[in-house]
Design a protein around this ligand. Structure first.
Ligand code: NAD
Length: 477
């Protein structure tokens, strides 16, 4: 049991303003494994004031990028030495399978941090241009105080996607972890302190939605960076629009995996273990619509059902586990509702269904629906669980049409023996990323969504620019 009674604000551990607490419950045992104070609006006010003070009067925005890179390098080194501890924590909090968590919930977030440490020296922070009347210095300044609001499914990854570039840019941050996963933020806060990042540069207040909304609308916040559902993203975008506050939105997805005629089926189906079912299917970019050519439909259906039916479902702490429990009972029920919806819509249950694999813990049987048409809700809506929809297509044009017939535009993939041709197909898919024979998100490459999957990009130099304001300083020749 990990218990915390204070918040990390202004570089100190401070008493909460309220008396509420958040219980962290193991999705595997359903037992309480941690407790933290629940943030209130007053705690947010205090955290924004600390971040404001650190931005307006503290050293951080005035340090050179190299100096900030050095401080972040210390944090990165502490992180690198403790990735397993972080992974174990996220496994316990939200049931991510240990093998997946070892890289996605800790090693990759640390790589993202290290990427921005390295970018400090190679990025062009300032340049001279020749203007009409004389030289112009074009420089970049930090946008200010950043609110980082992120979900429970990959908490460290989604946090570091914001924190690392924001800090390198010279911003200060108030981070709001989700109530399901506050413990990993506490561990990171300890490392921030140990790394000697100046007081008030990073602040954490775990809290629910309403307090999150207070943070978004707070006049002391200059920019909101949000990862979460499209519904919440719209609300946040509206508030930011009214206030002309900068915002980056990373939202939901319903990504398509297009299996081309020439694909090697064995490696393709194996690839779906990660591309489609990573993190128990709780991944924004999961490839949950599988598009198979009609000529190979039966073969694909059999192979997919055999793979999904054979997955090891159980204790997420076991490295042999391939699918663990869902984050909460409400998520288990939501995913089961979608299984009922799929049956009611006339899709064919190929494997899985409503029989729970374990009595205790929030498990759902990994499920595949066949004969899905793209107008069904199970093909259009984000389920956020281990439920796949298999759709037949007639020819390549039809496959691209189906892939693009979605309100979302986050990820996607093309599976083929002809990589060059796969790239051509990927170019025609209207999403922020589309892999060929894999799906991956790289620290040096922009990640984000078209359409209802969001606004803006994270990662790469593009992800840093989201925290910078350009400034031109012209003068006479
Ligand atoms: P959610 O939108 O319910 O909550 C996300 C976070 O926002 C939480 O911290 C929550 O407390 C807070 N929040 C919710 N409403 C808010 C509001 N109006 N104002 C301020 N804060 C608010 O999403 P969730 O259920 O926690 O996470 C799952 C969703 O996140 C899925 O839709 C998934 O696709 C998405 N996601 C997207 C990405 C991406 O990069 N595109 C990555 C991971 C998850």
């Amino acid at each position: 049991m990990q218990e915390y009674s204070r918040f990390f604000i202004g570089g100190e551990w401070v008493e909460p303003a309220g008396t509420g607490t958040i219980d962290v419950v193991s999705p595997h045992t359903e037992e309480v494994i941690g407790r933290v104070p629940e943030g209130t609006n007053a705690d947010i006010d205090r955290a924004v004031a600390a971040a404001r003070q650190a931005f307006d009067h503290g050293p951080w925005p005035r340090m050179t990028p190299a100096e900030r890179g050095e401080a972040l390098g210390r944090l990165s080194a502490i992180y690198a030495a403790n990735t397993q501890q972080m992974a174990d924590l996220v496994v316990a909090e939200m049931g991510s399978p240990a093998l997946f968590a070892a890289f996605a919930q800790s090693a990759i977030p640390q790589m993202v941090l290290q990427y921005y440490v390295d970018l400090a020296s190679s990025y062009t922070w300032e340049e001279e241009r020749q203007g009409m009347q004389g030289p112009v210095t074009v420089t970049k300044e930090p946008v200010g105080v950043v609110a980082a609001i992120y979900p429970w499914n990959v908490p460290q990854f989604t946090l570091l996607l914001k924190l690392a570039p924001a800090l390198l840019a010279g911003c200060t941050v108030v981070a709001k972890p989700s109530p399901e996963t506050p413990l990993d933020a506490y561990l990171l806060a300890e490392w921030v302190k140990e790394a000697g990042i100046p007081d008030g540069v990073v602040n954490f207040v775990p809290a629910g939605r309403e307090v999150g909304a207070h943070l978004v609308a707070h006049p002391g916040v200059d920019k909101v960076s949000f990862t979460g559902s499209t519904l919440a993203g719209r609300q946040i975008g509206e508030v930011c629009g009214r206030q002309l506050k900068r915002c980056t939105l990373e939202l939901g997805g319903k990504s398509a995996a297009i299996i081309l005629e020439d694909a090697d089926l064995a490696t393709t189906i194996e690839g779906f273990k990660l591309a489609s079912l990573m993190n128990n299917g709780q991944a924004c970019a999961a490839q949950t619509r599988i598009l198979a050519p009609r000529s190979r439909y039966d073969e694909v259906a059999d192979a997919l059902a055999a793979m999904v039916g054979g997955l090891a479902v159980g204790d997420p702490a076991d490295f042999a586990t391939e699918v663990g429990p869902l984050v909460a009972r409400r998520q288990q029920e939501r995913v089961e509702d979608y299984i009922r919806i799929g049956q009611d819509e006339g899709a064919k249950l190929l494997v899985g269904g409503l029989d729970r694999p374990h009595d205790r813990g929030w498990y759902v049987a990994p499920t595949v629906f066949g004969n899905v048409t793209n107008d069904m809700r199970i093909a259009r809506e984000e389920i956020f669980g281990p439920v796949l929809a298999l759709l037949p297509y007639e020819d390549e044009e039809d496959a691209i049409r189906i892939a693009n017939d979605s309100d979302y535009g986050l990820g996607g993939s093309v599976w083929t023996a002809d990589v060059e041709h796969g790239i051509e197909v990927a170019r025609r898919v209207r999403t922020g990323s589309c892999g060929v024979n894999l799906y991956s998100i790289d620290p040096n490459t922009p990640f984000g969504g078209f359409k209802n999957s969001g606004l803006g990009r994270e990662l790469g130099p593009e992800g840093l620019e989201a925290y910078l304001e350009y400034k031109s300083i012209p003068r006479p020749a």
